[in-house]
Design a protein around this ligand. Structure first.
Ligand code: SF4
Length: 361
């Protein structure tokens, strides 16, 4: 019989389960510390737990739910290929970026939430893969823990923190708000102060605009950040890129975001992939300024990461300059995100094909 991963449990669930089975409650703190602070994934190495209890834990539970199959690394990114226990593959990416504020490197992990994606966005590599299923809580958390273990084995940790990863973005394979229960539970576990202890403000959920999910986020106490893939202020163009936009119309989406902002007071990030001859005209800039006028937001302009079998291109530097001048004139707050690590094809939201034609799939 397959053992259940202990990562499926929140701290309280773990404590209650252990107490029911005759363990002392403080064992739950010890386990959270070993797994989420020290990144030790073998019960037999948890030396402050008695030998007998370590044996019982190992008989009942597993810890990590993924197997690391491969990774590719360049100066800016590390891209991992993980295998699930039912033989599927997912990817996660570590992105290193210099941080002005910290005078240090910011380390961000881009996490997957589904195997493949059913939404089939036209610009996206993941959308070309068959949707298999949602990732479990333990599969989501395993990506974070294995990335930390990788970093720990190569780099010293920062300051007093046991973590190397400063930010987590749910922008990998899959639509996080279609796996919202598992994503939120994973976030609750990651923010637990006796464990991984990352601030919710350092976690971003990125969606193509699943309105029910946005409404859910509006009503939870977690201060997670929300990023919305906009890509065009025009309904017909959005539908071309994001087929599910036919169901979640732009005006309803903006209405849901206005409600979200009223209740959370949090600024929203809009992702906007720059596509040549498609969404970088004056018309787009003017429409954007009207569409977003009631929101506090940042617009992230992202250079398009070419995806095999897709005909979109990134605009020339001159066209990008013209577009951004127009945005400035219209007082639209934006930043340009340059492609990170093209060598490992690490564009968030565009994961999924790097290993596709290798012996792994
Ligand atoms: S962009 Fe996101 S929602 Fe769209 S197909 Fe890709 S992974 Fe799915």
């Amino acid at each position: 019989m397959m053992k259940e991963s202990i990562l499926e449990f929140s701290f309280n669930e773990l404590k209650d389960g252990l107490v029911k089975n005759g363990f002392k409650a403080f064992r739950a703190y010890q386990l959270m510390g070993w797994i989420y602070k020290k990144f030790v994934f073998d019960f037999s190495k948890m030396t402050d737990i008695s030998n007998r209890e370590r044996e019982i834990l190992a008989e009942r539970y597993s810890i990590i739910s993924l197997e690391q199959i491969d990774y590719v690394m360049d100066a800016e990114t590390v891209k991992f290929l993980f295998k699930t226990s039912d033989g599927n593959y997912i990817e996660s990416v570590i992105i290193f970026a210099p941080s002005e504020r910290d005078k240090d490197e910011r380390v961000t992990l881009c996490v997957s939430t589904q195997i493949g994606c059913a939404l089939k966005c036209d610009f996206c590599a993941t959308g070309q893969l068959e949707f298999k299923r949602n990732l479990t809580v333990s599969e989501i958390l395993s990506q974070v823990l294995l990335a930390e273990e990788f970093l720990k084995s190569r780099f010293a940790t920062r300051g007093n923190s046991t973590r190397n990863i400063g930010n987590i973005v749910f922008m990998g394979m899959g639509e996080p708000l279609l796996n919202v229960d598992n994503v939120l539970k994973a976030i609750y576990i990651l923010t637990f102060s006796g464990g991984y202890n990352i601030g919710a403000r350092h976690i971003t959920i990125s969606t193509v605009g699943i309105i029910e999910g946005i409404e859910r986020l509006a009503n939870i106490p977690l201060q997670v950040r929300l990023a919305v893939s906009l890509h065009s202020p025009f309904q017909h163009k959005r539908e071309k890129l994001i087929p599910i936009a036919r169901k979640y119309k732009l005006e309803d989406l903006i209405g849901a975001l206005e409600n979200y902002q009223r209740s959370t007071k949090r600024r929203i990030t809009f992702e906007y992939i720059l596509i040549d001859d498609f969404n970088v005209s004056d018309e787009e800039a003017i429409e954007l300024s009207g569409l977003l006028k009631n929101l506090e937001y940042n617009l992230n302009l992202i250079e398009y990461n070419p995806v095999k079998n897709r005909y979109y291109r990134s605009p020339s530097e001159d066209k990008i300059k013209l577009f951004t001048h127009r945005l400035k004139d219209l007082n639209i707050p934006f930043v340009i995100r340059r492609r990170k690590g093209e060598g490992v094809f690490a564009g968030c939201g565009q994961l999924g094909l790097y290993w596709k034609n290798t012996s792994f799939q």
